[in-house]
Design a protein around this ligand. Structure first.
Ligand code: AMP
Ligand code: MN
Ligand code: MN
Ligand code: MN
Length: 283
């Protein structure tokens, strides 16, 4: 599995490398199977495929979908990221993404409007300039970066902690497609549904276990292995849930270029004995 990276971002969403630069970086790293998984968009795919033409690098179609899941007991809804991989017939996915892009564009403006009284200025023009004027590509990372550039905060993390993460005054929930329907659309597109970074949500261990169980019940295919730097106890818990529900595993770095320089392209955890990589199912 060395040479596989199934979770990466380009500057079509909140990465800093263009799809072409990402492909060249992947080739330099010795990666042979790369999925470009930008947030709620597949607009970078054809650029990546063109750049990889004539090389040994295989590009897997992908997208990271902002989905949501509600615990039946409390009806509280949680944002979850579902990575869709290897779609053979992307039409249903492209229709869903039109809706997701619309939500993303409106939400970016809402976040900037909520920020205005808090920071005393309107940063929307600077934010949208970061995505070449294409509002449906704006992520909270772009908003956080703008707040750093304007010296309103000193680091991007501070922008989340002070203003734009859940519970803060300029937080706007991403009202994306529900988990079951997200998995359905991925399957209708001939792809595989992967639960991204299961330990990165603000969920208790009990809720993570429950999320993985529900994901499996809804027909989800694989769970992304947490990176090696995560505590062993969390990683073992995820390993147990994967085994218990007969799920496959996916591996991806969640590379974002210079926006998150501590994440290296192609840096993925090892599989435990008995785990089966979802990429073995790719046609
Ligand atoms: P969005 O899809 O617009 O909500 O933006 C998601 C991006 O924001 C992800 O790629 C994360 O890397 C980043 N992000 C989300 N939550 C946080 C957080 N609490 N701290 C730092 N970065 C975050
Ligand atoms: Mn991101
Ligand atoms: Mn994510
Ligand atoms: Mn990601």
């Amino acid at each position: 599995m060395h040479g596989v990276d199934l979770h990466t971002h380009s500057n079509i969403s909140d990465g800093t490398l263009s799809p072409e630069q990402l492909v060249h970086a992947a080739i330099e790293k010795g990666i042979h199977t790369l999925a470009l998984t930008d947030h709620d968009t597949m607009d970078g795919l054809s650029l990546a495929q063109q750049s990889a033409q004539g090389t040994d690098l295989r590009i897997i179609s992908g997208v990271e979908i902002s989905s949501q899941w509600a615990r039946p007991a409390t009806q509280k809804s949680y944002g979850v990221h579902i990575v869709a991989l290897n779609m053979q017939n992307p039409e249903p996915m492209l229709i869903l993404l039109e809706q997701q892009k619309h939500i993303r564009a409106i939400r970016a403006k809402q976040i900037c409007d909520l920020l205005m009284p808090l920071i005393g200025q309107d940063i929307y023009a600077e934010v949208i300039a970061k995505v070449d004027g294409i509002a449906d590509r704006i992520t909270r990372t772009h908003i956080a970066k703008t707040l750093v550039e304007k010296k309103i905060v000193s680091r991007a993390q501070q922008a989340f902690d002070k203003y734009i993460k859940e519970g803060k005054k300029a937080y706007v929930k991403f009202d994306g497609l529900a988990l079951a329907e997200t998995i359905e659309v991925i399957h209708a597109s001939g792809g595989y549904a992967v639960l991204a970074h299961p330990t990165k949500y603000d969920l208790s261990a009990t809720n993570i276990r429950y999320l993985i169980e529900i994901f499996a019940q809804f027909g989800g295919d694989a769970v992304e292995l947490p990176p090696a730097m995560e505590p062993a106890s969390s990683r073992q818990m995820v390993d147990r849930m994967i085994a218990e529900h007969g799920l496959k595993v996916s591996v991806g770095s969640d590379f974002h270029g210079d926006h998150m320089p501590w994440i290296r392209l192609g840096n993925i955890p090892r599989l435990k004995e008995g785990q089966v990589g979802i990429w073995e199912s790719f046609k």
